[in-house]
Write a protein of this length. Structure first.
Length: 92
């Protein structure tokens, strides 16, 4: 990510939009966990970033630049491997 933003800030920003953040281990992460959020449509991801940008432009900017995606059935998980996972996050 261009701006280093902690996993805690990303997690809290996602929660503030009403979404449910989770831990995730994506492609080539070899079990390392990071912050992720599962959404049904790209539009929801864009709306979430706009909501976050209203309060924390640096977090939204870092999230837009550092995001990766995996398709999981009918949804997509958006995740940030460079941010890692919050230390108190429950792996699920």
């Amino acid at each position: 990510m261009a701006t280093k933003v902690t996993a805690d800030r990303i997690w809290k920003a996602i929660e503030a939009t009403g979404q449910d953040p989770r831990t995730y281990s994506g492609r080539a992460m070899y079990g390392k966990q990071c912050v992720g959020v599962t959404l049904d449509r790209f539009q929801y991801f864009a709306e979430m970033l706009v909501d976050i940008a209203r309060d924390e432009i640096d977090v939204a900017s870092a999230m837009a630049r550092g995001v990766r995606t995996d398709d999981i059935g009918r949804a997509t998980i958006y995740y940030w491997p460079d941010a890692g996972a919050p230390s108190d996050a429950v792996v699920r």
